[in-house]
Design a protein around this ligand. Structure first.
Ligand code: GTQ
Length: 374
């Protein structure tokens, strides 16, 4: 038998603590030959006392990545590459191409006049626009024009394609998908549109005009999908809402001023597996630390700040991306005393919530701040 045997022992009542003997080792070999095993050799490992993320906290600095992303336009075409993306690879999750936990993320670039072919997959996807003019996405015939800090959905099963108009500039955006999760569940399908591109079937930006009016719902609507009909959330109204809300609330001790992007029909998350939010840290604000189940990927949409994750400080500025693994302590700070800072985030929190797996804990008795490890 070539498999190394590791017997995960713990000297705690109720936990597996069996000493290896020559007889037991022979027994384990016999079980293994039958594609079976003794639970007590793995029980402590497969039932940790609390979640043990394989992911590590990572900060991806835009100033380091941007030139490499742009360079890809000289190396491959969108036609050959399918999508021209530099993906974010967590050192603990390289085997599943995840940026953190079961979430994938990447930076996609397109030049004016370029179009990627229309496709559909079981993974749910989103984009957060970083820079450039003229970008658009078409989702099931709904064309959406995109500007910096706009947030757009390409939900599970929809036909979607991205491009940049001929009179635009090179555009970069962050993609976020649940590809690793859907692969872990062995439920991923992929299809390329038979015409390579889809016809635009509705007036441009109709989703936002129809569903993006706060507190107002069109009469006689007939949306039948399990995801939000509001496929694009624009930066202007989002930032305005944060500022308006900040005037009337203290905010959360852990998340400052945080607004979730929601499905206007349900008030729930934008898609079944991925949720997203935009939060505002007021000048000089430094939140208290907490931790929760679920993995989160952040992009600094505005300003400068820092996030302390399991005692490690990460200083970020506009367009930097970082991740907080499940059950990791984290707190956020705004590095400026004059400007606000905004963090876009997406996560698998809808999965945690709908499966009854969400847990949250404040740091210290009432929520303190972590000691930073040098
Ligand atoms: O455009 O749907 O970065 O399918 C990776 C996989 C983007 C997309 C990515 C994808 C997409």
């Amino acid at each position: 038998m070539s498999n190394p045997k590791v017997n995960h022992r713990e000297d705690v009542a109720g936990r597996a603590n069996v000493q290896d003997t020559p007889e037991l080792l022979a027994y384990y070999d016999q079980l293994e030959a039958l594609d079976a095993g003794a639970l007590w050799t793995v029980a402590n490992k497969i039932e940790p006392w609390q979640p043990k993320s394989a992911s590590v906290p990572v900060l991806w600095r835009y100033r380091d990545l941007r030139e490499h992303v742009l360079r890809s336009t000289q190396l491959v075409t969108p036609e050959k590459a399918g999508r021209r993306v530099v993906y974010l690879s967590n050192p603990g999750r390289r085997d599943v191409s995840a940026a953190v936990g079961w979430l994938y993320s990447g930076l996609q670039v397109m030049n004016p006049g370029e179009v990627a072919s229309a496709h559909a997959h079981s993974a749910s996807a989103l984009r957060f626009i970083m820079e450039g003019k003229g970008a658009y996405t078409i989702v099931d015939g709904h064309k959406m024009t995109l500007g910096a800090n706009d947030f757009v959905l390409t939900p599970n099963g929809t036909w979607h394609e991205h491009g940049v108009s001929a009179d635009g500039t090179p555009c970069l955006w962050q993609d976020g998908l649940d590809i690793p999760l859907v692969n872990a569940l062995e439920a991923n399908f992929y299809a390329v549109h038979e015409d390579k591109h889809q016809a635009v079937g509705f007036p441009v930006d109709d989703a936002t005009a129809t569903w993006g009016n706060p507190g107002l719902r069109p009469s006689g609507d007939s949306w039948r999908h399990p995801y939000s009909p509001l496929l694009k959330y624009e930066w202007g109204p989002t930032y305005e809402a944060l500022q308006r809300y900040a005037k009337v609330t203290e905010g959360s001790p852990f998340d400052a001023i945080l607004l979730n992007y929601v499905n206007p029909l349900t008030g729930g998350p934008v898609m079944q597996t991925i949720g997203a939010s935009m939060q505002l840290l007021r000048p000089g604000e430094h939140t208290k630390a907490h931790r929760h189940t679920g993995s989160v990927i952040y992009q600094a949409a505005k300003g400068k700040g820092y996030t302390i994750i399991n005692g490690q400080r990460f200083d970020w500025q506009e367009r930097d991306i970082f991740c907080v693994p499940s059950w990791a302590w984290h707190e956020h700070g705004n590095a400026s005393d004059r400007e606000d800072a905004c963090l876009f985030a997406f996560s698998d929190l809808p999965v945690m919530n709908s499966l009854g797996l969400y847990r949250e804990e404040a740091y210290g008795e009432t929520g303190g701040q972590q000691q930073v490890i040098a």
